[in-house]
Ligand binder design. Sequence first.
Ligand code: PMP
Length: 321
Amino acid sequence: MDATPDTLALIGNTPLVRLKGPSEATGCDIFGKCEFANPGASVKDRAALFIVEDAEARGALRPGGTIVEGTAGNTGIGLALVANAKGYRTIIVMPETQSREKMDTLRALGAELVLVPAAPYSSPCHFVHTSRRIAEETENAIWANQFDNIANRRAHIVGTAEEIWNQMHGRVDGFTCAAGTGGTFAGVGMGLKAHDENVVIALSDPHGAALYNYYACGELKSEGSSVAEGIGQGRITANLDGAPVDAQFRISDADGWYWVQRLLSEEGLCLGLSSGINVAGAVALARSLGPNKRIATILCDTGFRYLSTLHDPAWRAEKGL
Ligand code: PMP
């Protein structure tokens, strides 16, 4: 492999791994897209790069500018690393319930961190609304707006989906993942469908999110709750609008944690809970499609980001996991 010209060229072109346990459990071939291999260790580096370069191309982001965003953490890490590589400042608004590791990483990257209490989307204190207000009040600043800025899903249409298609040699029967902004789910779904209409695109929705009911019966209604960070959506974001959806599964934290543990102990992969929920979803999709199918999902970020939460037995006991 040749040297890349700079750090930003390290974003994307991630490896795809066949997951042995999930494949053997279903008689299918289940593949995980190793998004933890991005320089910011998550799938959100891709969206961050596309959002920043789109703002530059539109003339909205100018030299010396500031990037402001509300995020569960990974988008902030992606934006901060892209901003550092390009000479911008970042202000990140984050709910105080997110993992300590994400906050420490953002501080290490030099992002200015604004912590807000976890509040419903309807509250003006919600991290999304707070970040928009800060962007409006800051000179020469853009609001990245990852939920409704479709530069986010474009990263996955032209990047992630193309890579999966090529890495699987054009033999893809199904794809599934969960949605935070929906950029990954919609973008990969659209990109794969453009190659082959018959690829089954399934949403794996955590408890506490409203999308399962929306796609199953047209009603945005949530049930239960989840401790998974970065996923669980209550509305149709601009990134989700028009996403192809052939099937939907509701996946519990317990099922996600089961696969996180098995992948860690049997395959040496240290992942977070959203990745576990995606793998549990891929297993559900494999069982619904039958044996000998080829299914892809997303391994969203590294489990090293959750040593003080998911991978800490005391934390899990407190959360009943
Ligand atoms: N998993 C984790 C850990 C995340 O941080 C995110 C981003 N919010 C996702 C999954 C979902 O990605 P997307 O925003 O593309 O739906």
